[in-house]
Design a protein. Structure first.
Length: 231
């Protein structure tokens, strides 16, 4: 019985195949099919040892509590703070240098002779006196700076900054440096700095009382003089 038709290995060349038509070999040929090798059997993966158990993270020590630095044991009464207090009172004295009698005479001359020259001169002198008062407030700033520098030299940590003394040019601003200075020194020094503050408050109140009383008396006198002239 003849073999069925199909591709068969060439008896003379194992690298090719010939076509058998069931009766005989034909001229058809092809390269022999390459047998696919079977995949090698891999050995089972080795069993890895279990990961070592890590110890718990060490507990950190509690943060150190903030320790308030000790207060400095220094003398806080500098000569400059007392000079600053004196400079803050000098503007009160400027009021007494104003020529109020000259003002009355200037008003009378202006009304009688229609001559405003006297009033203009008096106003110029008043401007000069006002500039003197402003310069005296500048002295307060200078003495405050010297006081701040001296406190630092004595070892006071970060005393109240002298730059706050510029508020002296604002109404009531003198209190800013004096109060701030006392509060900061009270926190950072044993001696504190309350004495200059209380002295400044006392003399300032006294200055206002004297000034108000003197002004009332002066205005009353001026009204009497003007009334006697026009009566």
């Amino acid at each position: 019985m003849s073999a069925p038709a199909g591709w068969y290995p060439d008896p003379t060349d194992p690298t090719r195949e010939l076509w058998w038509d069931g009766v005989g070999w034909t001229t058809h040929q092809r390269a022999a099919a390459t047998a696919v090798p079977a995949a090698p059997a891999y050995s089972a993966a080795p069993a890895y040892a279990a990961a070592p158990a890590y110890s718990a993270a060490p507990a950190y020590a509690a943060a150190h509590a903030y320790v308030v630095p000790p207060k400095a044991q220094v003398d806080t009464n500098t000569v400059w703070v007392w000079l600053a207090i004196a400079a803050s009172l000098l503007p009160f004295a400027v009021l007494f240098f104003i020529d109020w009698d000259g003002y009355v005479n200037a008003v009378l001359n202006a009304s009688r002779y229609d001559d405003p020259t006297g009033i203009l001169q008096w106003e110029m002198r008043l401007i000069g006196v006002s500039l003197i008062g402003t310069a005296l407030l500048g002295l307060f700033v200078v003495f405050s700076w010297l006081d701040w520098r001296e406190l630092r030299r004595r070892g006071v940590p970060r005393p109240f900054h002298w730059g706050w003394s510029f508020f002296a040019f604002v109404s009531g601003g003198l209190a800013v440096y004096m109060i701030g200075r006392a509060v900061v020194l009270g926190r950072r020094t044993v001696a504190g700095g309350w004495a200059p503050l209380w002295v400044w408050i006392g003399v300032t109140v006294l200055g206002y009382v004297v000034t108000i009383a003197w002004t009332i008396n002066m205005v009353s006198t001026m009204i009497s003089q003007l009334g006697s002239v026009y009566s």
